[in-house]
Write a protein that binds this ligand. Structure first.
Ligand code: FAD
Length: 472
């Protein structure tokens, strides 16, 4: 029977019974084998599900991303047994996280997340290959690289597999599974084929240009990630010590600048570095070792992450501006939550209702967990917003206190709750503590001057008292 029906979402082939070249049955086919997909394959395999992990590319292969990954991604990597291999890449541990706005600089150290108090900046071609190779040799995981998924197989309005081609050509191959997981990135084919609805869409604020360099002067006397905001010219530089003695330099600019910069993108970092004296100095002898990659403005969005027989994870399901460096964490977290839902679906008896109940929890938990950072990301990424004096006061107040600086940067590794940090009473406390310290320092300063005057006076009248020289 071939009952091809046309719905609002394009053609779906229902009830098809063609004999295909590959008929192996899997618990899940995961489309996309980078951060989200590879980790989900590993987690599913650990739960004894049989998984096929496919990607249209082969590894090593770079991609448009230059990620900082924080401690809250490492516990998942540890759980699937790959953290040691990531550590063996030898990238420096970044414990100091600096943010500079104008002439104010905040120095923060992340509070440990599950014992990890550092971040890594590792080139994606290394990072993804290490994870993929590790996952590929796990029991219960089969892989297929160079396999481009072009369509889905539907039966009784449920997704039951994928169609695709090897190496960009050749015969179309059908592969069947109980579920198809779209871990295929922001321009997800799976999302398109199931017509997954977007919501909470925010128009892209920024475009990004990044590259890796040698001979960049360090920002501190230890490996560091640093963000320099130029509030007047509306751009932000992110620099971080990466693997192989490289430094990543990424610049975020207002979306409107993308076309202009594209005319001379190869020089963009050197050009903008001149506007921030420290960056100019740091890049004086720098030599670029990769192309400059440009990322055009992209909308932020949530997508409905599941339906009959399909699930979306990672960027396919939820995308936001890269500036605060949350994408990989969120991708891995969605892999964890979706795996948990899959386990629950089986525990509940594998009915349609069980599927719905289990993945509703996935959907809600993902949204609840990510919404505060989604809003904060939008705030940061809006580089052209008017910075109110109150915002700068708060930044100064945080920067003036090592305690609050550490708590602030720990929003990015998930130790500090974003909602708590942005609460009125927290902000008030930070500002009051700052004002109190200013007042105290002023008083102490006055008292020190008064003490010194007394000492000086005593020294002139009594030779046995300490001399002024000793007081200096
Ligand atoms: C400039 C920039 C900087 C960033 N910086 C950070 C950062 O500092 N920290 C951070 O955590 N995140 C950062 N991110 C975000 C991060 O890169 C993403 O969130 C992350 O890569 C998402 O992983 P993913 O596995 O969901 O998707 P992807 O990494 O996009 O992987 C999708 C995979 O699916 C495959 N695929 C797609 N379609 C098909 C198909 N039809 N058939 C087969 N395979 C297919 C692709 O080949 C690809 O390998 C940054 C992003 C950008 C653009």
């Amino acid at each position: 029977m071939d009952d091809k029906v046309t719905g609002g979402q394009g053609d779906r082939v229902m009830g098809e019974r063609r004999e295909m070249r590959s008929e192996t049955q899997y618990d899940a086919i995961i489309v996309g084998a980078r951060a989200a997909g590879a980790v989900m394959a590993a987690l599913m395999a650990q739960e004894n599900f049989r998984v096929l992990l496919v990607d249209r590319v082969t590894f090593p292969k770079t991609t448009l991303s230059c990620p900082l990954t924080f401690g809250n991604t490492f516990d998942v990597l540890k759980k699937i047994g790959v953290l040691e291999k990531i550590e063996a890449i030898g990238a420096p541990k970044l414990r100091l996280y600096q943010t500079q706005i104008g002439n104010v600089r905040l120095y923060g150290r992340m509070l440990p997340h599950a014992g990890f108090d550092y971040a890594y900046q590792i080139r994606r071609e290394l990072y993804d290959e290490v994870i993929f190779n590790h996952v590929a040799q796990m029991p219960n995981v089969e892989t297929r690289l160079g396999f481009n998924v072009t369509d889905l197989i539907w039966e009784n309005e449920r997704v039951v597999g994928v169609r695709g081609r090897e190496g960009g050509g050749g015969d179309e191959i059908e592969i069947r599974a109980e579920a198809v997981i779209g871990a295929d990135g922001i321009f997800s084919t799976i999302a398109e084929k199931v017509n997954a609805k977007k919501y909470n869409v925010i128009a892209g604020h920024t475009c990004i240009y990044f590259a890796y360099y040698e001979n960049v002067k360090p920002a501190a006397d230890e490996p560091t990630a640093t963000i320099y905001y130029d509030a007047d010219e509306h751009f932000a530089f992110v620099t971080a010590n990466s693997d192989s003695d490289l430094t990543v330099i990424s610049i975020s600019l207002p979306a409107s600048q993308f076309e202009r910069v594209r005319q001379n993108y190869e020089n963009v970092h050197f050009e903008y570095a001149q506007k921030i004296p420290e960056m100019g100095e740091r890049m004086r002898d720098a030599k670029r070792v990769t192309p400059v990659y440009g990322v055009s403005p992209r909308d932020s969005f949530y997508r409905e992450p599941f339906g009959n027989g399909w699930v979306l994870i990672g960027d396919a399901a939820y995308y936001k501006d890269p500036l605060p460096g949350q994408g990989i964490h969120d991708a891995l977290r969605s892999a964890e939550l979706a795996t948990r839902a899959f386990v629950e679906y089986h525990a509940l008896g594998k009915s349609e209702r069980a599927w719905d109940a289990a993945f509703r929890v996935y959907h809600k938990t993902r949204d609840d967990e990510t919404q505060p950072m989604y809003e904060l990301t939008d705030f940061y990424a809006d580089l052209e917003r008017k910075r109110l004096p109150q915002e700068m006061d708060l930044f100064r107040a945080i920067a003036a206190s090592p305690k609050w600086s550490n708590i602030y940067v720990s929003m990015f590794n998930g130790v500090t709750s974003v909602n708590w940090f942005r609460r009125f009473d927290t902000v008030l406390r930070i500002l009051l503590e700052w004002r109190w310290r200013q007042l105290r320092d002023k008083l102490l300063g006055r008292r020190a001057i008064e003490n010194r005057a007394t000492e000086l006076q005593s020294a002139t009248t009594s030779p046995s008292r300490p001399t002024a020289t000793r007081l200096q």
